[in-house]
Design a protein around this ligand. Structure first.
Ligand code: EPU
Length: 421
């Protein structure tokens, strides 16, 4: 296993190109299973999670071809309908093949994904969405077995205890494109990744209305054709480099980034005193004055993304004053706190809120990455800290950040990968 080593206290400056969005790409690849025809997906990031999805495709006897950031999927004639435990257990997002397999093959067996370090992560809303389309679902031997003999359109409210669900919306929307009748999804998620998926489905011939709202209407069609699509830029990667600029008192221009997908993040960080200005095809993030502490609440889109909660916390650890960071999507997503405190941060957890007292400086330390975004938060803390930080268990980072050390090095960071002894 590898670790990432960071020599901290270096100002980052220059230009970084933002990759395609992992969380848009995964359901879009799954959507290609709804057709018999070839689809071509561009701007695909080179990440472990994408490789896992392609393994699921190969396991289904679906042909895939990867040429750099372009993936060609040829589902012609595939008959299989199973996503096995060995693959689903390594990536929760594999659940998004459930809707397409059910709609296309009228039967699917997908391993139950289980919980993970950021909290319980149930799948009741996925099942509710598919049942509202007439699917018969049972769980046996750790597998979700879905029978779609009698699928038809239906109305469903997809609001859970913590608001809307991104992948439950995606699963229901994908399945609804190929069933007879009209489906209405109430309290649908409207994250940019859901909108991008709907855009791709419409290119395949799906009839979808109001896909940028919380009430998506889908009129089923009898078949979908293949399509070509370039995935949107990764707003979470862009947000992470935005915070990298802030935490290193830097000046970074983000190329191929969409500020309109990061409105809450830009609002909070400009409130703190960061300069963020639009440039053609991106934006520029400059540290121009001492930052102020913030109150941040992670909420469904267009609120502040939970996937940037840990990273903004790293920034607040070195921002004078008291910040309060509240998590409303995954109330247990706070494993990074103990590791940040090992680096000299002063953070206390009160229920689902972290109270962060800014300290003068962090000091480099060996730390353990627990999940993808917590890992990114530790890298950011390491960039700001005095001395050397070793981030262990970085396989999480390889799931979600393309060429992280290469990009940071190009910006002037001293970051490298080492084999664990
Ligand atoms: N929830 C339920 N029941 C369900 C599904 C979700 O109660 O059936 C709850 C969750 O436990 C959570 C809330 O609803 O409290 C929202 O979860 P959501 O379903 O939206 O999460 P997801 O679709 O499984 C995607 C991203 C996550 C991101 C969340 C929230 C992908 C592949 N994953 O997950 O990304 O945190 O939306 O924005 O799109 C990451 O990239 O590191 C990551 C975890």
């Amino acid at each position: 296993m590898d670790k990432l080593v960071i020599e901290g206290s270096r100002r980052l400056e220059g230009t970084v190109t933002i990759s395609g969005a992992k969380n848009a790409c995964l359901p879009i690849l799954a959507a290609a299973l709804l057709s018999d025809e070839k689809s071509v997906i561009r701007n695909v990031p080179s990440l472990k999670d994408i490789a896992t999805m392609l393994k699921i495709f190969k396991n289904l006897d679906v042909k895939v071809h990867q040429d750099g950031g372009t993936i060609t999927i040829e589902p012609k004639g595939y008959k299989k309908h199973m996503a096995p435990y060995e693959l689903v257990s390594t990536m929760r997002a594999s659940i998004c093949v459930l809707g397409p397999l059910l709609a296309k093959q009228r039967y699917a067996e997908v391993s139950f994904p289980g919980g993970c370090v950021i909290g319980a992560r149930p799948i009741d809303l996925h099942l509710k969405g598919l049942k509202s389309l007439g699917a018969k679902i049972k769980v046996e031997k750790g597998y979700i077995i879905a029978d779609g003999k009698n699928l038809r359109g239906g109305n469903v409210y997809l609001g859970g205890h913590f608001g809307s669900s991104v992948l439950a919306t995606a699963n229901t929307m994908m399945a609804a494109t190929l069933v007879k009748g009209v489906t209405v999804i109430e309290n649908a998620a409207c994250e940019p990744e859901v909108v991008d998926l709907a855009t791709f489905l419409m290119k395949m011939g799906a009839k979808i209305k109001d896909h940028t709202t919380h009430r998506i209407i889908i009129e089923g069609v009898t078949r979908l054709h293949g399509a070509e699509h370039a995935v949107i830029p990764d707003r979470i990667e862009a947000g992470t480099y935005t915070i990298a600029s802030a935490i290193t008192k830097g000046d970074i221009t983000l190329k191929n980034a969409k500020p309109e997908h990061l409105v809450a993040v830009i609002d909070r960080l400009t409130e703190a005193g960061l300069s963020i200005t639009k440039v053609p095809n991106g934006f520029r993030v400059r540290y121009v004055k001492k930052l102020k502490p913030l109150d941040v609440t992670a909420l469904p889109y267009p609120g502040f993304p939970t996937d940037l909660q840990a990273q903004v916390m790293s920034l607040m650890t070195v921002t004078d004053g008291i910040s309060i960071i509240t998590e409303k999507i995954y109330p247990e997503r706070f494993i990074h706190i103990s590791e940040l405190n090992r680096m000299g941060a002063d953070i206390q957890l009160e229920g689902a809120s972290a109270i962060v007292k800014g300290v003068k400086a962090l000091s480099g330390a060996p730390v353990m990455a627990s999940d993808l975004r917590a890992s990114a938060a530790l890298v950011l803390a390491g960039l700001a800290a005095k001395g050397r930080t070793d981030v262990h268990r970085i396989y999480h980072l390889d799931r979600g950040y393309e060429k992280l050390e290469e990009k940071l090095t190009k910006l002037g960071g001293k970051v490298w990968r080492e084999k664990e002894k």
